[in-house]
Design a protein around this ligand. Structure first.
Ligand code: TYD
Length: 204
């Protein structure tokens, strides 16, 4: 038996992280064993790489290679063993984030992305990706209201984030059965109702 792999994506400020733990609890209430994790990170080494990736300026290809290095470790140590045990994995960001941030945001050559994706994941893709989408100005407002220290990506200019958003939407357009776009400019209750519906139709 193989478990299901569900990922959460969206621009900074889309509010996806607050739904990750809620979804895991919703699944656990249905008797499913769930691992909650995140990228970059998810393993001891991955979390060390995350600290570098979110704070240190570096060459675009170094950034991309480190994202995929953390991902390789994450797949080998956590994601693949959990799925093989029949557990579900709910992951806050995965390769679609590399496509959107390093590809869309920073302009990484698409073939380099595809080469690394194939090398690191072979054919593995999430069973379901929940893409939280909303206009940039609302996302920026949420980040400002949170009033915390911003990481390297959050400090990028509006046009960077607009390119990230468009790359995510383009990726969703190309993968309509895997990626479900959720209007994140909505109440928490409405978003949860939508998530329940998507899960019931696609995964349960
Ligand atoms: P994020 O998931 O938003 O965490 P938090 O909610 O704690 O801020 O932060 C991760 C950042 O890393 C986010 O800005 C997107 C970026 N990122 C990439 O640029 N490429 C990737 O492949 C991944 C996984 C994340």
């Amino acid at each position: 038996m193989k478990g299901k792999f569900i990922t959460f994506e969206g621009i900074d400020g889309a509010g996806k992280s607050s739904h990750v733990e809620w979804l895991a609890e919703w699944l656990r209430a249905r008797g499913i064993v769930v691992q909650v994790t995140r990228e970059p990170g998810g393993t001891e080494l991955g979390e060390k790489l995350r600290a570098l990736l979110l704070n240190e300026p570096m060459h675009l290809e170094t950034e991309t290679l480190l994202m995929f290095a953390a991902r390789r470790e994450h797949l080998a140590r956590l994601i693949e063993p959990a799925l093989a045990r029949g557990e579900w994995v709910v992951c806050d960001r995965f390769s679609d984030a590399t496509y959107a941030y390093q590809g869309g945001g920073r302009g990484l050559d698409r073939n380099k992305f595809l080469t690394l994706e194939h090398w690191v994941q072979e054919r593995l893709q999430p069973d379901l990706t929940l893409l939280f989408d909303l206009p940039l100005d609302i996302a920026r407002e949420r980040i400002v209201l949170a009033n915390r220290v911003l990481d390297k990506f959050e400090q990028e200019r509006v046009d960077f984030h607009e390119r990230v958003r468009q790359a995510y939407l383009e990726r969703a357009h190309g993968n309509p059965s895997r990626i479900q776009v959720i209007n994140a400019d909505n109440s928490i209750d409405n978003i949860r109702k939508k998530l329940e519906k998507i899960l019931l139709v696609n995964c349960l």
